[in-house]
Design a protein around this ligand. Sequence first.
Ligand SMILES: *Cc1c(COP(=O)(O)O)cnc(C)c1O
Length: 467
Amino acid sequence: MGENIYSKIPKVDAVLEIEDIKKLIEKTSRNLVMESIREELDGIRKSISKTTDMESLERRIAALSDSIVSRTEGKFENKFKRTVNATGVVIHTNLGRSLISKEVMDNVYDLATNYSNLEFDLETGERGSRYSHLVDMIKRITGAEDALVVNNNAAAVVLVLSAMAKGKEVITSRGELVEIGGSFRIPEVMEQSGATLVDVGATNKTHIEDYRRAVTENTGALLKVHTSNYRIVGFTESLSLEEIVALGNEASIPVIEDLGSGVLIDFSKYGLEYEPTVQDSVDAGVDVITFSGDKLLGGPQAGIIVGKSEYIKIMKKHPLNRAFRIDKFTIAALEGTMKMYLSEERAVSNIPTLKLLTQDIGEIESRAKALMEKVDGIDAHGVKVEIVDEYSQVGGGSMPLERIPTKALKLNSESLNIGKLEKGLRQLETPIITRLYKDSIYMDMRTVRDDEVDLISRGLEKAIERL
Ligand SMILES: *Cc1c(COP(=O)(O)O)cnc(C)c1O
């Protein structure tokens, strides 16, 4: 009986003659299409040996070209794609951290599609430095003597410690031996850079005397790490920058600070928690400060190092600096973002991360209402929707205790599997990432743009249909 149906399976050559398949090859790649044809035909052959349902096999053969098209398109589509962030976590590391504004990206586009003066001094006509485009701006905004930019803040910390403390001891508080995630831990980074960690004090309290007692002839630096991603609350004490800088001066030992998030404005003015700024550290006299470009600063992924020229000079010449160097896209996006900080008002209204964090609750609420109106019909599918008061998070390991009031759409259902719906939303052409909590889906409207409301309502309908 099997023989019959085997003969109905088309030959590869015949499949290649189908008009849709020819078009598919032009649109994608011959190799990809061949791979899909083989997979589909193998699949059919395998099911023949397992089933007796000839009708379904015939249907499958009839739909062969459609299956090949969708299989190939699935392979050909970009795997790295935009998503809708309805989680309310503004700096979501898994969803790409900070957004860059269109205005800044237009310039990146221009620089990427044209030749540029990346390392060319237009004045002298000779070789220039890729950092020169950024240094003046960073100095102007932070007040630091000099600056350097590398790929990310983790690289910045490695470079700073390698350049300043290799073979020497670095004193750090026990309460600040943080893990940043992705196995980046201060003690391990220290080891990588060839410095020896001398941890002092206790988890909850460290006094200046603890540092002072640990100073030896072999001390290379005093390190302060901003514990941006967690808080020890209760009976605590950590050193002020002034105390640690005074000790550094007294003992002629440089002070390094890993600030984590690069905050350049006073967030408490906008109803958020006060987060130490880069300017605070520069003003306090910290010798070298490192921070991220894509956390609270709101720029591209980068590690920014600012501080005294004598130290930055050493780092500029260090071989790791070459290994960690930034590309032209980063320089362009960072220059554009930093420039906005020349006016705080412009920074807050134009840098997406700052805009999202300082957004007016009324604005979020009207977006929630707009979406609510659009998804009204899903009641009929057994999904109950309501607007609820919720809290957004800053994310990116910044301000871990901050809960920013927001409005969210809460979806639940007695008849549908809400977990499956959450997954369905993630698997849309433009995935919608939501928060699943106690059998409800929460869509936080803080991190959603007005122009995404339509996309969400259509996506939601589609995901329900596909359940
Ligand atoms: C986030 C963070 C880092 C790592 O920064 P990346 O830019 O993600 O490499 C290092 N130190 C601290 C304190 C941080 O919060």
